[in-house]
Design a protein around this ligand. Structure first.
Ligand code: G6Q
Length: 529
């Protein structure tokens, strides 16, 4: 069980509220000669620089005290011990066990993944006409899509001889687009669904099966082209997938934390089992760090507590994730789910409504693209957006000129946010006729916070560490906010309401809704061809 402590009742919360009244300058904080010792960390191939954040050592100390007062250490122990900390679903939360590799059931499924991917890559697993599989399509959504997709594209240089594709949306436009370029003889579908009841996934799986049957496949050869990843064997068998072609996982693996389980089959198909194992090893290294390192040096905890400072004491309610790496382009959307589905909650662990902020809005885009789009607001907008920059030191390509330019921008952006541009600097730049409007528009106030993470190279091992870092940051913040991070009741209502509406649309009749919804439905029916 997790502790149930209202963070606002702690001494540290009161102290932090007091400290937050004082305006501080990050540039001044950086003049302190100990700043870098306290706020930068080397961790194997990583360098974390928290020094450009707007908080003093006193604030950091109070945040560390807050973590202690809220029972963080007990909470971490409860998760690693496999306690049923997902209380509203009566489940334990054991994605860390998938990385610890101590459970025989986990090993058994991994052996199955190994043998399957080996057969796929060697060409021993063939399609119905005897040809080698060239393309795999993962059909899944949410946790059964975002993680595998993000990792697979991040590991593009490691791809073997099978091209991965991902279908998630119930919008058939995505399905049609994906299937267009594929040959049913050489395509294998992975139906990835923990429950095997998800509307989008089952709809897409049925359409993929029809496409296969209409284009040369037969019922007898479905088993060569469809495999499933699920916890629901009866539903998988009913769909027509042989139980020997089903990869199993367990209810103690939450959807958005499941890429480490057989939900990662598409990753293993793309990069091979050995690389998938390295991903697990990397995450395990971060797990060990999170579980055993003292709070003041614990990377996910430091990062989480800085986020709490901004969200709860400074009123900064969003955070930008800015990877300077095209291969990490799906990281922001993946993190949106991990963070916002976990911590976007207003009911606390005692069932009461909280009177403080919980999960921030997470968003972002890779650099340098974002610079030409929304960075204006980050630099000169009325909102302060803490940014997390991620830079990869050694790219997998040989275009060093590109990479130097990319990284120069990576360094320049956090510097610009910090230092800004003063009136006197602007005056030096503009010609004498420049009016006040232009001068004021060119001033940057600076003092805008950021964290920079430098990673030696983007390999499976380091990627595993990076993702585990985020998972533990989310866990830590949810624990402090006294909410349940591992359920997601907030996604249910819309799903429920869509069921009667679907019936009404199909039967072309009106149901009982509010005036606006009725009018929208009527409009839809009248505009429909
Ligand atoms: C994640 C959520 C959710 C889930 C999808 C897919 O934590 O539970 O995003 O992963 O709804 O569910 P299935 O895997 O059961 O199809």
């Amino acid at each position: 069980m997790l502790p149930k402590i209202d963070p606002t009742t702690t001494k540290s919360w009161a102290k932090l509220s007091e400290l937050s009244a004082k305006e501080t300058s990050i540039s001044d904080l950086l003049k302190n000669s100990n700043r870098l010792d306290q706020f930068t960390f080397d961790f194997s191939d990583f360098h974390f620089d928290f020094s450009k954040n707007n908080l003093s050592s006193d604030v950091m100390q109070s945040l560390i005290n807050l973590a202690e007062e809220c029972g963080l250490k007990e909470g971490i122990k409860a998760m690693f011990d496999g306690d049923p900390i997902n209380e509203t679903e009566s489940r334990s939360v054991q994605h860390v066990a998938l990385r610890a590799r101590e459970k025989e059931e986990v090993e058994k499924e991994l052996r199955k993944v190994k043998s399957f991917t080996e057969k796929l890559h060697s060409g021993d697993w063939t399609g119905y006409s005897g040809k080698k599989i060239t393309d795999i399509v993962n059909i899944g959504i949410g946790g059964s899509d975002l993680g595998p997709k993000m990792i697979t594209y991040a590991l593009r240089p490691y791809w073997k001889n099978v091209t991965p594709h991902f279908i998630s949306n119930v919008d058939a436009a995505q399905t049609v687009e994906t299937l267009e370029g594929l040959n049913p003889e050489t395509t294998l579908f992975i139906i990835a669904s923990k429950t095997f009841t998800t509307q989008e996934t089952i709809t897409n799986a049925l359409s993929a099966r029809s496409w296969f049957l209409e284009n040369g496949g037969t019922k007898e050869t479905i088993s060569k082209h469809f495999v499933a990843v699920s916890t629901n064997e009866p539903a998988v068998t009913e769909f027509g997938i042989l139980s020997e072609n089903m990869f199993e996982f367990w209810e103690w693996v939450g959807g958005r934390f499941s890429l480490w389980s057989v939900i990662g089959l598409s990753i293993a198909c793309a990069v091979g089992f050995d690389e998938f194992e390295k991903l697990l090893q990397g995450a395990k290294e971060m797990d060990d760090h999170f579980r055993t390192t003292e709070t003041s040096k614990n990377l996910p905890i430091i990062s989480a507590m800085i986020g709490i400072w901004y969200n709860n004491f400074k009123g900064y309610n969003s955070m930008a994730i800015l990877p300077y790496d095209h291969r990490l382009r799906y990281l922001p959307s993946y993190l949106q789910q991990v963070d916002m589905e976990s911590n976007g909650k207003y009911v606390d662990r005692s069932g009461n409504e909280v009177n403080y902020q919980t999960g921030p809005i997470i968003w972002g885009e890779p650099g340098t693209n974002g610079q030409h789009a929304f960075y204006q607001l980050i630099h000169q907008g009325t909102k302060i957006i803490p940014c997390e920059f991620i830079g990869i030191v050694n790219p997998a390509h040989k275009f060093s000129d590109h990479h130097e330019k990319l990284l120069a921008n990576f360094f320049a952006q956090s510097e610009a946010l910090l230092t800004g541009k003063s009136r006197s600097q602007v005056l030096n730049e503009v010609d004498d006729e420049a009016d006040e409007i232009l001068i004021n528009s060119k001033i940057f106030k600076g003092n805008r916070p950021s964290t920079s993470i430098l990673i030696k190279e983007l390999n499976p091992f380091n990627l595993g560490k990076l993702i585990a870092y985020y998972e533990h940051r989310v866990f830590t913040q949810g624990l402090i906010w006294n909410i349940f991070s591992f359920d997601q009741w907030g996604v249910e209502l819309g799903k429920q309401l869509s069921k009667p509406i679907l019936k009404e649309i199909k039967e072309n009749r009106e149901g009982n809704h509010d005036h606006s919804t009725i009018s929208l439905l009527k409009k839809f029916q009248s505009m429909r061809k």
